[in-house]
Design a protein around this ligand. Sequence first.
Ligand SMILES: Cc1cc2nc3c(=O)[nH]c(=O)nc-3n(C[C@H](O)[C@H](O)[C@H](O)COP(=O)(O)OP(=O)(O)OC[C@H]3O[C@@H](n4cnc5c(N)ncnc54)[C@H](O)[C@@H]3O)c2cc1C
Length: 484
Amino acid sequence: MRSGSDYLASLKDARRVYVDGAAVEDVAHHPAFAPVARTIAELFDLAADPASGMARLDPETGATVNQVFTVPRSREDLTAFREAATRWARHTHGWVGRSPDHVGAFLSAFAAHPEAFAAGEAGERDFAANVAAFHRRVADEDLYVSYAIIPPQVSRATTAHAWDGELIQVGVAEERADGIVVRGAQMLATGGAVADEILVSCIKPLGPEDADFAISFAVPVGAEGLKLYCRRPYAPAATSAYDYPLTTRFDETDALLVFDDVFIPWERVFVYRDVAGLRRQFFDTGAHVLGNWQAQIRFGVKLRFLAGLARKVAAVNGVDRFPGVVEKLGELASLVSLVESAVLAAEYTSAPDERGLWRPGARAVYGAMGLQTELYPRVLAILRDLVGGGVLQVPSSVADMTTPETRADIDRYVHSPGAPAEERVKLFKLVWDAVGSEFAGRHHQYEMFYAGAPFVVKGYAFRNYGFDEPLADVDAFLAGYDLV
Ligand SMILES: Cc1cc2nc3c(=O)[nH]c(=O)nc-3n(C[C@H](O)[C@H](O)[C@H](O)COP(=O)(O)OP(=O)(O)OC[C@H]3O[C@@H](n4cnc5c(N)ncnc54)[C@H](O)[C@@H]3O)c2cc1C
């Protein structure tokens, strides 16, 4: 399996990643990207370590592959997927949202459903074979695939065909015998700057006039004409790991993709000018539910970490036995265990679909997702409540801890029973990086939006709950009595 150093070496290619008006020379060594690239490298090393239990023999090829890139064909496979995804998530404590298992899960479900790609506008082109071959490469070569599947935020009142008559959202500029040329932009490739490949598509509903934008393809990050415009990176401004322990490891970056006439060979195209094909790709294949189950596994691990922080802060401050604080910690425990339970409930209610893909239960996955917009801010609010001003009663940087003149006062005044200054400051700086730093603010937005705007995610919960049963219950009850 791929090693972390092989992954890091592969990042030195022709990719055009822009920060502060300039293209980055070498992302693996740039202060904005080196830290998260190192973290991804650690994930690959972890997967390749037999002790992690993440490797398995691929039943189709007999090769050793990462469990997270294989098609789950039984409940045992799903359990093994959860354990492997949890192993990775625990390495980052859930602070890397788009680790390679996220899009990897989407691709496994795509591969399990060739009919979803063979239908529609495929004609003589074998898009199903393209999907299968790409998934095979991802599993065999341990590729890190990020995705950009949302049109740029221009207007949500109209779709791409109505935008100035130009290709603003990425669309087909030219069809050629050997492939297509795409032009335009798409948001928002988290991790794109340090990925191998990007899956580009559109999950927002399009209309028949939008056929030029109804495409799906995989593109190497270093493809000629592809540009990545990253939001402000936070890692370079982080003074030290002691001051910003999360920012300095997990700032995975988010990038707007711009395609300046990028050539995509047919072998890399999965959906072509097929509005219905986009829906089949994400929903009929089970990719959306499998990929978002991975996201909930990761989210549960992160919430557990936040609960641990809250519990520790309360203990250090000596408030953890006060009834009001116990109530807050109890609420936190309830919220976290809801998500942890939904992950397991999805596995418990999993079932094979008509192509033998073992799908996690949609009711549990989307039920948890539908609450995420409220749940994450509530967890942060409880943690903020419990830390009080402690997160600001900390020295400006690690330099105050290493300068004898300032250290003496910090040792004397910034400590708690059982927690000397160095330990206490370390804990509270970690909490700030989780709730208050710029990195934390981005995570707040991420958890609210990564799977779609709140109205979209609640729509999934609405459609997948299965209202027929409760409606039948109510009707049966109403039928049991009358006017007399
Ligand atoms: C940190 C972060 C990381 C991300 N990473 C990725 C990634 O890796 N890959 C990727 O493809 N995408 C990613 N996204 C993008 C994400 O998928 C989108 O943000 C999400 O789909 C919502 O789209 P939008 O941001 O355009 O919001 P909009 O669709 O513009 O919605 C914004 C708000 O407008 C209102 N609104 C809009 N339309 C309607 C409507 N029809 N009815 C009612 N209200 C409406 C709602 O209040 C909604 O909350 C990321 C986003 C964030 C914040």
